[in-house]
Design a protein. Structure first.
Ligand SMILES: [Zn+2]
Length: 182
């Protein structure tokens, strides 16, 4: 009499395992990046390579949405430290469309920082001159942007010379403070 009960318990107990096993097989990694975004992903790979990181991305899906009620420009879903896990990024049109090439790049780099480099947390640290220390900051994608409205004659309106530091920092959080921030 005991054996059928054991078999039944095992069947019930194993069912979730069998189902989750099936689910994993069904969801193969997908690479699906809109043409508008792809150059920034390729640039990310070049920047990684030039800094000695051998990164391949085969499991990334980037999709558009109109606007985020919470005011974000992008979201990396499923940020996990598992490198083979399907990564999915949503970018918001209301933020992307008016953005400069530098801000678009910084946004894509930020989301890839979460999704691909496993930088799961935002970095709120500031440099000595008060600007964010990282593109992984929570709210500013214009940290190395070109000058758009220079109404004050501010020499720092064009911030493109800061890009190299921010890309260095993206791949190495211990990058020292650059001269322009001192
Ligand atoms: Zn973020």
């Amino acid at each position: 009499m005991k054996k059928p009960i054991v078999a039944l318990l095992c069947l019930l107990g194993c069912l979730p395992l069998v189902l989750s096993g099936c689910r994993e097989k069904e969801v193969l990694p997908v690479y699906q990046v809109p043409a508008e975004v792809e150059p920034y992903v390729q640039q990310f790979l070049r920047e990684a390579q030039s800094r000695g990181h051998d990164i391949r991305i085969t499991n990334l899906k980037v999709e558009w949405a109109d606007a985020d009620p919470a005011g974000r420009c992008g979201i990396c879903h499923h940020a996990t430290s598992n490198p083979s896990h399907q990564k999915r990024i949503t970018l918001f049109r209301n933020c992307w469309d008016p953005a400069t090439a530098e801000a678009r790049e910084a946004l894509v780099f930020h989301e890839l920082g979460h999704c691909i480099l496993n930088r799961l947390e935002h970095k709120i640290d500031r440099l000595s001159n008060g600007v964010y220390a990282s593109v992984m900051n929570p709210s500013d994608i214009a940290v190395y942007e070109r000058c758009i409205y220079d109404i004050t004659g501010n020499l720092e309106c064009d911030k493109r010379n800061r890009r190299n530091y921010y890309v260095d920092e993206l791949f190495d959080e211990n990058t020292p403070e650059p001269d322009w921030a001192k």
